[in-house]
Design a protein around this ligand. Sequence first.
Ligand code: IPM
Ligand code: MN
Length: 353
Amino acid sequence: MSRNYRIAVIPGDGTGPEVIREGLKVLTAVSDKVGFDLELVPYDIGGERFLKTGETLPPSVLEEMKSVSAIYLGAIGHPEVKPGILEGGILLKIRFELDQYINLRPVKLYPGVWTPLKEKGPEEIDFVVVRENTEGLYVGIGGNFKKGTPDEVAVQLDVNTRKGVERCIRYAYEFAKKRGSPKKKLTLCAKTNVLTYAHDLWVRVFEEVGKEYPDVPRDYSHVDALCMWMVKSPEVFDCIVTNNMFGDIITDLGAMIQGGLGIAAGGNIHPKGVSMFEPIGGSSPKYAGKGMINPLAAIAAGGMMLDFLGEGGAAAAIEEAVKAVTGTKLKSLAAGKMGYTTTEVGDLVVEAL
Ligand code: IPM
Ligand code: MN
């Protein structure tokens, strides 16, 4: 196996460049230590470029990305660009074009991290959300009729294909099986009591594919109840599989119970293709350039990327180092309250390595 990885790096907007700088610092340190090579290919993509040139993701860049080992992304989103342009033109475009059909989002409370859930600790908050990442309400099919009039109609389709649902659910079963948690279980999060067509498909596929995984117990929760359980009894969850929109929403809730967007990381995965790893927090323009933002989410996303590339040892080393830093150094994970600057937090992780 080649131990040489070509990584497309998109620092992007707002605080993206600052957190990616720290992430790369940690990735470089761990690659030196473990003994593999990272070839970093930077891409100047994001709001600034759009404002200057009108380009979001040039086709040539997209083509180049099809041949890298993985993509490491900071954040996309600019206060001067109308919502939807950069998201659709860059982030969702990459997810769709590279068919990254899974969005994998661990919700794990690290030692020493404050959670708003009283009486819950790292033992209770440790699960993974497998979010479908290429369908649902995100496909952008719809339109307006009689726009701007009192008779306006707005339609936005929720697309669920047998193929898309099945590959997502199958991935989730495989993931739950491999994760091998003592509380091993896969929970389907849907809304079968209202979305009687689309989520009927999800349930049927969940049951059918589940028969191939007799060692992974199945569970079902409506999305609204699941939000309640995530706050009340997060310990009941091991792996959750859900559609794109619900996954987007419940993982922000998940991020809050694991200590905030400063620590929450995710991977946009095509198991056999080019995957993209990112902190899930966004570009936080108000903190940009101030050295206040927490780089741990980007650092953890870098760890997920190494794990995906087959460097499990290096990924585990990063996770241990992050735990050491949250457990013994940082005052808080919130921007500006860490007791350290962005760069210092990166240095602490490297020291802990
Ligand atoms: C996320 C983000 C994106 C999403 C936005 C920026 C399009 O919120 O990665 O969770 O909705 O998927
Ligand atoms: Mn989101």
